[in-house]
Structures are given as C-alpha cells and as structure tokens.
Write a protein that binds this ligand. Sequence first.
Ligand code: MRU
Length: 346
Amino acid sequence: MSFRTIEWRDDKVIMIDQTRLPGEEVYCEYADYKGVAEAIRGMIIRGAPAIGVAAAMGVALGAREIVADTHESFFRQLDNVCDVLARTRPTAVNLFWAIERMKRLAEANRHRTLDEIRAALKAEAIRVEEEDLALCKAIGRHGAALIPAGATVLTHCNAGGLATAGYGTALGVIRAAHEAGKKIQVFADETRPWLQGARLTAWELMKDGIPVTLISDNMAGFFMNKGEITCCVVGADRIAANGDTANKIGTYSVAVLAKENDIPFYVAAPTSTLDLSLASGAEIPIEERHGREVTHLQGFPVAPEGIRVRNPAFDVTPARYIAGIITEKGVVRGNYVEGLRALVGP
Ligand code: MRU
C-alpha cells in the first residue's frame, strides 16, 4: 500500500488524517489514549476494522499512562481507559471487540508485573493490526471468485485500506479481482454527508491504478437500471445473527435498488464484525451525528440557518437483500443464521 492507515511507532500511535484527504496527506501522532479516543470520535480514523485497531492501540497507550502502586489500582484505571474508548462511536462492533480482547489479555496476564502487562498489551495491539491486514487479504481471496471478469462493481462509502489496517474488505475483494487480471472497474459513491466515496475510495483506488468512476449517491439507480452495474460490494460495521447488516448511511438504498435490478449485492467483513448476540439488525445501535455534517459542506453552509436536521450515520440492510457475506473464513449464503453461527463455532 502507498499509505499507512495506522501504526504503532516509538510508543506513539500514528494515523493518516482521513478528514483532510484527498487534499492533504497528513499523519497525526498520539502519545495518550484520550487523543486516540478523540481521533475516533472526530473521524480522523474511521471504518470498523480501523477503529478496532485504534481502540486496541489506545488501550495499550492508556496502560502506559497509568500510575499505580497495586494491581488493583492498575486494573481499575485500565477499566476507565476502556470505558473512555468505548464511548467514542456506538455502531461498529469491532471497537468493542478489540477493547474486550485487550481486557481479556490483561486479565490473563494479571499474575505478571505491571510493566510486563503493559508490554503484553502493546504486543497484542500490534497483533490486532497485523492480523487485520491478513484477514483483509483472505476476504479478498474468497470474494474475488464472485466478481466476473470485466465487471463494473459499485461500492458505497469506503471499506478500503483506509478503513482497515490495509488492503480493505470490500476494496480488498476489488483489489484481489484486479490483481487476478479480471479487468474490472469500480463505481464509487457516498457523496454525502461525509463524501467517503468521493474523498477516500476515489483517492485510494486512483493511487493504486484501479479504474474508478465517481457518481453521486442519487445516480446509483440510474446506472443499475441502464445495465451498467454488474454487482455491488460494501463493507459492514456490525452484522447481526440473522445477517442483517449495518453500514454507512445509504447502503440500504443501494441494496434495495440492486434487488429491484437483479444485481447481486455482497457484504465483505471480517468475523470480528459479527455480533451474534443480536438476533436482528433492529437491535444494532445507530449513531446519530451532529446536524452540521448535513447543513455544511467542507465548512460552508448549504442549508438555511436553524433548519431541523436528522443525521443517522448508518442504516441496516435486511439480510434478504444480501447475496452473500464474504468473510476471511469463506462466503456465507442462504441461511445466514446457521452459516454465520457455523463460522464462529459454538
Ligand atoms: O462512519 P465511517 O466512515 O466509520 O463508516 C464506515 C463504513 O460504514 C464502512 O463501510 C465500514 O466501517 C466497513 S470498513 C471496512
């Protein structure tokens, strides 16, 4: 990859600032966990797997900051670090998955010295990042088989290297198909409210020389109806036990349009995005963000002052619209309740 989304370097967490792309490629450095929490909330880093990695590194930074005489005091303060990180964004389950993994690791090392526990947490955070990259490559391998040669693939938002430790989930599938010589092209959208398709997906695919065309969100139906889209591949923030999938706002509209036009609509995500404790998507918490993201565009007002606004950041696509869920362990189709459960085991 020609950029690095997040890394642990010299006991600091370095992230590319995604709010400033594509205009500026700037890297931010964080030496404290509160900075990492702010970066997640402010979307300097975003995308479900990437905020999972950020949260894991935030816990490791927090552990270094704790001053404690006893294990009891250390673990009490570590819980507080985890709570601060967990309160940043509610929808992507990878955030909570990563925090839980770090807590479990600390607990398993409770018999060791505090410095040994801190070192184990740092190693685990780096492992979360390295594993995520490997998972994306595996998702790519499984998903590429579903993409016909010469396909035009529509993707919504950014589920790319920027949203993960690298390579991407939906864009991992696209990258793997491209690397296999399938001569595909991509239609990218999410042009409001955050312009993740325009700013991020367009930027990262152009950087890698993968043919990409930007469309605004309201054009997807037009191109599907004209027969110009072969399939859709999107990422996910949380997948319930029945396959219902939360992803960036607007994903549901793309899925419904795809069904209407007989176009397969795939979700690509690691198993860390599964939340089998939720029976259906109705239980997934949906983040509502500040109205200014709707009333303003890159700092400029585009609506009358004082207008009432709603700004859900995600929507839920019911499983019946999804032709397959592509994970690092393989593709689940048909009966999602059984298929997803079989992936994670009893
Ligand atoms: O609000 P964001 O930018 O964090 O939302 C990101 C998405 O919805 C992605 O599609 C999802 O996290 C999958 S990323 C591999």
